[in-house]
Design a protein around this ligand. Structure first.
Ligand code: HDC
Length: 279
């Protein structure tokens, strides 16, 4: 839509989001509006775009589109201004960046800019990439374009990680996380998940992105951008192990599922806000 869609959030939404990505009752700055340092974890910037109406339908872009076969492929978030307000009215506008033909699958990337509805100031920019299984082979471009930080390979260095953070998700993680705005049935409805090829509902990519991003934020401080590729699925209840390497101003990271040893997030990095880094 020409004027964008309004997304209004309050302190209650902030607490719900923080809890959805694993904030504990002892993290008062995340779960108690009366705390002096009450704040939203910066990965919250991926939430406002869920209310943005995109000026196209996936159905019209690729053949055989089915919502059950959609997976979140990659996410890139820029936080354009700190501090992030704990309540605001925002407007998000999205556009199509590219459609890539992977043969079996199609990869569709959207760019969404979110501004403060009152001041017009830019707050967040997102690139959201969906991986559409069974929707390729239409003769489209084969490789995604190079977009700098949003498509960087971020290969971890060959040394032990500088910091490792382990966090167990709960069986209710997806049921809780969805209340922040991604109501995709894939994450709670067993029959929908089965039609998508999964034995049980899987965790939102942006939920484990948030858990990993929270670990980076707590160990290294605020970041100006963060990028991940969802390399494997996570089931609610599994334990996530996030390994981080500080390389100059950049924190390269990856997240594995402890129970299986498989990679859930790869090709990931956050660029720290200059002069704010903790280490
Ligand atoms: O990597 C596989 C996988 O399962 N990843 C995990 C996906 C996942 O769990 N995502 C989160 C849960 S789904 C979710 O949260 C949905 C949410 O509710 C809705 C979000 C809505 C956003 C709205 C925006 C508008 C899988 C299946 C993705 C790929 O595995 P394979 O099929 O085995 O592919 P592979 O052989 O490894 O690679 C084939 C080509 O595809 C590229 N590629 C691989 N993974 C990618 C990816 N591209 C983008 N994102 C990914 N995650 C590879 O580079 C490869 O390309 P090429 O052949 O050119 O090298």
């Amino acid at each position: 839509v020409a004027n964008g869609t309004e997304f209004k959030y309050t302190e209650r939404d902030v607490m719900l989001y923080n809890l959805g990505i694993g904030a504990k009752r002892t993290d008062l700055r995340y779960i108690f509006e009366g705390n002096d340092e009450f704040q939203v974890i910066p990965t919250f910037g991926v939430i406002p775009p869920f209310d943005a109406e995109l000026p196209y339908n996936l159905d019209d872009l690729v053949p055989n589109f089915s919502p059950m076969m959609l997976l979140h492929g990659e996410q890139y978030l820029e936080v354009r201004k700190y501090p992030i307000p704990t309540a605001a009215r925002l407007i998000s506008k999205g556009k199509l960046l590219e459609v890539v033909d992977k043969g079996n699958a199609a990869v569709v990337k959207s760019g969404i800019t979110t501004v403060n509805a009152e001041t017009g100031e830019e707050l967040f920019y997102n690139e959201m990439t969906v991986f559409l299984r069974g929707c390729g082979g239409f003769g489209g471009q084969k490789k995604p374009a190079n977009r700098g930080a949003s498509t960087a390979a971020n290969k971890p260095p060959i040394r032990l990680p500088d910091v490792v953070v382990e966090e167990k998700t709960t069986e209710e993680q997806a049921a809780l996380y969805r209340l922040s705005g991604d109501y995709n049935p894939l994450h709670v409805d067993p029959s929908f998940a089965k039609m998508g090829g999964f034995k049980q509902p899987i965790l939102h990519g942006l939920c484990f992105f948030g858990i990993a991003g929270k670990a980076v934020y707590e160990k290294f401080g605020p970041f100006k951008n963060i990028k991940v590729r969802f390399a494997g699925t996570v089931m609610p209840g599994q334990t996530l192990v996030t390994e981080m390497w500080k390389e100059g101003n950049k924190v390269i990271f990856q997240t594995k599922v402890k129970e299986t040893g498989k990679l859930a997030i790869g090709g990931a990095a956050a660029e720290l806000v200059e002069g704010e880094g903790k280490l």
